[in-house]
Each structure stands twice: as structure tokens, then as C-alpha cells.
Ligand binder design. Structure first.
Ligand code: HEC
Ligand code: HEC
Length: 321
């Protein structure tokens, strides 16, 4: 009996030491660094079309998170992120050479946006989105926007505040979130006359609807979006600016719990005028997409019809507002 007890005790000590060791390892490892590949990326030759397209993309992809107290993209505390990710501050991405990204080359920006890895090798966790599927044209547009004369990106001297990622974020960077490989060939602009293909691109590339609209940021798969758990089925818990829980809608075409009974007109009204089928105004953090073209709206709608339906009742908590 005594031997059994002793073995049991040793086992407990062994397991405890292993757990403590693992926790220390993850804490000390922190957010990993990666090797930075040399990429061939000529400097973007900007023009007004590129800047306009970049502005349109940035207004729903970058400005929301990076706009600071001075109105420029000087960074801020992202209090709408679930606190389990830690204390997260978006960075100053204005043209300031000291506090922003004024010294970065176009190649360094493209590399970070696609792979998640900064010029010094530092990886940015899930709260900075990656754009591995953006077409070359859209990528150049974002860069042209960052280099443009628009007030958002003029040098702001507000220093960047470092994020304090939680243990969970560090752990997720160990098991799930890793550097995304840089594409081996330039990504062409999708065929805009093929509505489903173009819509797929908009949902997973240009506008990134699926990260918010799938089950959870923790199970996001940015490299292979459709492998994200509960892809487009909603239910992801977001936090409103005044601290309330708000769950994203199921945008698959399930009749009972998704958009199955909506028409293209209903969807268009949601996208362009932020109204849902019942006439309710869609609340933050759903973004206003009023700059979308009719073709974009039609394409997203056509693509959503092809996404596997998910039955998922989402508590929209309308009554609380
Ligand atoms: C969901 C919020 C979010 C969105 C959307 C977002 N970012 Fe970020 N971004 C962050 C956060 C948070 C960090 C800082 C992470 C850290 O350092 O811990 C960051 C960091 C960066 C950095 C690194 C800056 C530095 O000096 O370390 C660049 C460059 C950047 N973002 C550019 C962009 C661009 C361009 C877009 C739009 C295409 C964009 N981001 C969209 C949240 C976001
Ligand atoms: C930052 C997160 C976020 C992003 C990005 C986002 N959404 Fe939403 N969306 C939400 C939230 C949250 C709601 C629920 C709003 C509410 O309950 O008032 C919502 C609601 C909706 C609705 C209303 C559905 C209903 O049943 O009322 C539609 C349609 C929709 N989103 C489509 C999209 C599409 C298409 C995209 C990409 C172009 C997109 N969303 C991008 C967060 C997001």
C-alpha cells in the first residue's frame, strides 16, 4: 500500500512540475519571433485610383482599430476585444519616422500584412489581422493609402504603447497562430464578373467578414478561412464600447437561424444602410459598409448562398438596447 501511495505522490509531483515548467516556458517564450524572408517587392507607384481603393479598404480594415485620440492612425487601447487576450493596444501606423511606420519599406509593410511578421521578426498575434489572400492590387492600394496625403496617416508623434498579451494569447501562438507563409506568386485580382468567386474574395480577403462572423477568434484560421470553426455561422462574442456583450449574426443561409429567409434587397439594406430585415439598426461592432458597390453587395450575397449552412441560434440581445 505504502509503495502505491509513494508512486502516486511522485506522479503528482512529476505532473505538477511538468505543468509549472510548461507555464513558465510559454510565459518566457512570449510571442515568438520568426525569420524574415527576403521578398522582391518593388516600391509601389501610387496613383489616385490606388489611394481611393486603399482608403475604401482601410476605412473598414485599419482605421477602426488604429484610429487614436488625435484622429490619426496613432493607435489606441482596443477595449472591444475580449479581455482574455490581454491588454491590447494597436500601434501608431502614421508616417512618423520615430513613432509610426515612416521608416518601413513597402516590402516590409506587405510582408507584415500577409505573414504577421514585423521587420525585426516579431510576430503579431491574432488581434492584428493578416491579409494573406489580398490581391496584389488591394495590397498596393493599402500601401498607397498609408503613404498618401490623407490626414489619417500624417505623422503623429504619439508613442506606441506596448500590448500585454495574456498567457492564453501566448499559448495560442504556441499551438495555433503561426506565421503565414508569404505567397509564392502574386495574387491576381479576382474575376469580378464571377459573382461567387468575387464574393468569396470579398468575405475572406478584401473585407474579412468571416473572423467576426465565425464562432470565436480563438479558432480563427487566417491561412485557410473556410477551416475556421463555425465559418460564417456567427455567435462570436464581441464587447461593445460601453462594455456589453454582443454576439455576431449567423450569415449562412440557414432558414431558421441565418439569412435563409432574406432577399438580396434585405441584404443590400443591411450592407448599405445598416438595417436588418426587421428594420432594426445594426449595432457596433458591425461596421457600416456604405461605400460598397452594388456588384460587391451582389457578389457577397451570391457567395453566402454557397457557404454550408450552419444552424446556430445567436442571442442578439435586442431587448437590452
Ligand atoms: C482588429 C484590429 C486591427 C485591425 C483591423 C488592424 N490592425 Fe494593425 N495592429 C493591431 C494591433 C493590436 C497591433 C499591435 C499588436 C502588438 O504590437 O501587440 C497592430 C499592429 C500593426 C502594425 C505594426 C506596427 C508596429 O510598429 O509594430 C502595422 C504596420 C499595422 N498594424 C498595420 C495595419 C493595417 C495597414 C491595417 C489595415 C489593412 C491594420 N493594421 C488593421 C490591430 C489591428
Ligand atoms: C468587427 C466585426 C464584424 C465585421 C468585420 C463584420 N460584421 Fe457583420 N455583424 C457584426 C455584429 C456584431 C453583428 C450583429 C449586430 C447587431 O446585433 O446589431 C453583425 C450583423 C451583420 C448582419 C445582420 C444579420 C442579421 O440577422 O441581423 C449582416 C447581414 C452582416 N453582419 C454581414 C456582414 C458582412 C457581409 C461583413 C463583411 C463585409 C460583415 N458583416 C463584417 C460584426 C461584424
Amino acid at each position: 500500500m505504502k509503495t502505491v501511495l509513494r508512486v502516486f505522490l511522485y506522479l503528482i509531483i512529476f505532473v505538477s512540475v511538468a505543468i509549472v515548467g510548461f507555464v513558465c516556458f510559454i510565459q518566457l517564450r512570449g510571442i515568438p519571433k520568426y525569420e524574415v524572408d527576403k521578398i522582391d517587392y518593388p516600391q509601389v507607384q501610387s496613383d489616385s485610383d490606388l489611394v481611393a481603393n486603399g482608403m475604401k479598404i482601410a476605412s473598414v480594415q485599419c482605421i477602426v482599430c488604429h484610429r487614436g485620440t488625435d484622429g490619426k492612425l496613432s493607435g489606441r487601447l482596443l477595449q472591444e476585444l475580449p479581455p482574455e487576450f490581454g491588454e491590447v493596444h494597436s500601434a501608431n501606423i502614421t508616417q512618423s519616422k520615430e513613432h509610426g511606420i515612416g521608416k518601413w519599406t513597402d516590402a516590409e509593410i506587405a510582408y507584415l500584412l500577409r505573414t504577421g511578421v514585423k521587420p525585426d521578426g516579431q510576430y503579431l498575434p491574432v488581434y492584428m489581422p493578416k491579409f494573406p489572400h489580398a490581391s496584389e492590387y488591394d495590397m498596393k492600394s493599402i500601401i498607397a493609402f498609408l503613404r498618401s496625403a490623407t490626414p489619417y496617416v500624417q505623422a503623429s508623434e504619439i508613442p506606441k504603447v506596448s500590448s500585454k498579451p495574456s498567457f492564453l494569447t501566448k499559448f495560442l501562438c504556441f499551438v495555433a497562430f503561426k506565421k503565414i507563409p508569404y505567397p509564392t506568386a502574386p495574387i491576381a485580382q479576382p474575376d469580378t464578373t464571377n459573382l461567387v468567386e468575387f464574393g468569396h474574395y470579398l468575405v475572406t480577403g478584401r473585407y474579412d467578414c468571416y473572423p467576426c462572423h465565425s464562432a470565436d477568434f480563438k479558432t480563427l484560421n487566417m491561412e485557410f478561412p473556410e477551416k475556421t470553426s463555425g465559418y460564417c455561422g456567427g455567435g462570436n462574442k464581441m464587447i461593445t464600447l460601453d462594455g456589453k456583450d454582443r454576439f455576431t449574426a449567423n450569415i449562412t443561409s440557414d432558414e431558421e437561424t441565418g439569412l435563409g429567409r432574406w432577399t438580396l434587397d434585405d441584404f443590400s439594406n443591411a450592407m448599405l444602410h445598416s438595417k436588418n430585415k426587421a428594420g432594426k439598426t445594426l449595432r457596433e461592432p458591425m461596421l457600416p459598409y456604405n461605400g460598397m458597390t452594388e456588384t460587391e453587395v451582389k457578389s457577397i450575397w451570391a457567395y453566402l448562398q454557397t457557404v454550408p449552412k450552419i444552424k446556430n441560434v445567436v442571442d442578439r440581445k435586442w431587448e437590452q438596447d
